[in-house]
Structure formats: C-alpha cells, structure tokens
Design a protein around this ligand. Structure first.
Ligand SMILES: [Fe+2]
Length: 281
C-alpha cells in the first residue's frame, strides 16, 4: 500500500496529497522516497494546509536532494528564499515579474548547472486577487505531438537567454538593464529533452529565444505554438493559494507561471530549491 493518499487534480498534471503529518516529511525516509515517486508520476504535489515550518521545509528538501543555499541572506532560515513583489521584502522583486510567463527554472544558469530538480513553495501570505500558480506538464507537451512532429522536432536546438525572458516583461530596457541581462551567458538546449528515465519532454517557456538554423520568426512562431498547445486550459492545474499550503513541483517535467497580482499585495511565498543533477540532453 502506498504511504501517500493521492487525488489527481487534472488528467495530465498535479495531485493533492492529504493527511500528511509535516513532521514525518522531516523524519521519515520512506515517506520522502514516496514523495519523489509521486512527483515523478504527477509533476506537481499539493499539500493543502500543511503548515510546514521554514526549518522543516529545508529539512524535508534535504531528503529529496541537495538544497540550494546560494541565495542565502534573504531569510533568517538558510535555504529559504522569500518570493514577493514587495521590494521592502525582496530587492530582486523586479526580476520576479518574469515569473508571470510560462517557464522552466534554470534554463539560463551562470555556468553549466543543471535545471533545478524540484521546487517547494509554502504560502505565508496570499494575494486577495490573483497570485495563483499554474502548472502544465512538459512531458504531456511532448506526448501530444504527432509522430511526424516527434520526428521533425527531435533534432531541433533552441537558444535560451535571460534577455529573452526579461524582454517579455520589460520590452524597453535601459542600456544598464540590457547589459546586466547580457552578462548572463546564453545556453543552447535540445527542444526535446530525453530524461534518464527514458521519458521525453519539451523544453519551452520564456527563456526560449530562437531555434538554431531556422528563420527567426518561423522558429519563434513554432516555439509559441508549442507552448500554446502545452498550456491550453484543460492541460493546466491552477493552484489557488491558502495560507499554510505547500506545493512541490518537478521542475524538469513541468512548466510553471504565477498569475499577476497587485505589487502592493502582501503575498509572500517561501521557496526552497532542490538542485538538479540531470543536464538537458
Ligand atoms: Fe520559476
């Protein structure tokens, strides 16, 4: 019998896990393994009203893999990064506006780091309106392709850049902004990611700039069309947050975005990132 009680939330992505004792997430090896299995199967796991404490969130994440401690100093607990548009709480808030577009985290790293394995978010304060987080399976995005498309897209390579993702939210950047974005190296990834498991997914989202060797507009139109198909409403799980909810997603197999909300809103999420160990190939 499974250690987890799971209810699927859509046909392709997301499942709710009910009746979990937060302390067992911290203490129980078998439960952590069951969470990883369920994550592989469902892409997103929602723990309603879990009331996970920040320290316990980090402790739980260390059971799932290596926790990212690189952006410490934003919260009293190491491994916790606050997500908010309120610049008094987070000086990098303007960058976070790019999270309103569909994306996969970590497609444009500074070096050759792999995309993050998983991300855990817990809601401390929620927006009165908006601020939902939406998820779509990038495995399902591949699975719905025709055989002919699978064949044609299998060899395509896509250039990803921070500039591409930032231009979508700041179309008229200052020279300084542009210079800062361009200091981040671009990365070329295959459109189709063949995972260690053998499963295949599409690498899409805001960081995609153009397709190598294809007419610029034609390539961008194809990327936009694939993203549209991957994120049609009936393929999306939209999480409406309540204080105390925790959501974990498999960043390698889902696209995500935040729904816009008032920048003056107190919405605050606490994020912990589990580092990836699987390159896009
Ligand atoms: Fe993100």
């Amino acid at each position: 019998m499974s250690l987890l009680t799971i209810n699927k939330l859509t046909s392709s992505v997301g499942a709710e896990v009910v009746g979990v004792d937060p302390q067992r997430l911290v203490d129980d090896d078998e439960l952590a393994a069951a969470v990883l299995d369920a994550l592989e199967d469902n892409g997103v796991l929602v723990f309603p009203d879990l009331q996970l404490k920040p320290r316990d969130q980090v402790a739980f994440c260390t059971r799932l893999g290596s926790v990212d401690f690189s952006s410490d100093g934003h919260h009293e607990v190491a491994g916790i990064y606050p997500i908010t548009l309120n610049t008094a709480k987070n000086s990098a808030a303007s960058y976070l506006r790019a999270t309103f577009d569909w994306h996969i985290d970590g497609c444009t790293p500074m070096g050759d780091e792999c995309p993050q394995k998983a991300t855990v978010l817990s809601a401390v304060q929620v927006a009165e309106r908006g601020g939902e987080t939406e998820f779509a399976s990038s495995y399902a995005a591949y699975d719905v392709l025709t055989d002919d498309e699978k064949q044609r897209f299998g060899s395509l390579r896509v250039v990803h850049s921070l500039e591409a993702s930032q231009l979508r939210v700041t179309p008229d950047p200052t020279p300084e902004e542009l210079a800062r974005w361009r200091a981040r190296p671009t990365h070329t990834h295959p459109l189709v990611w063949t995972h260690r498991t053998g499963r295949k997914s599409l690498v899409l989202g805001a960081s995609t700039d153009y397709i190598v060797g294809m007419d610029l507009d034609e390539g961008r139109a194809l990327l936009a069309e694939l993203l549209r198909r991957a994120t049609v409403p009936d393929k999306v799980y939209r999480h409406k947050w309540s204080v105390g909810d925790t959501v974990i997603w498999d960043n390698r197999g889902v696209l995500h975005r935040a729904a816009p909300y008032d920048p003056g809103s107190p919405r605050e999420m606490l994020r912990t990132t589990v580092l990836g160990d699987e390159p896009i190939r």
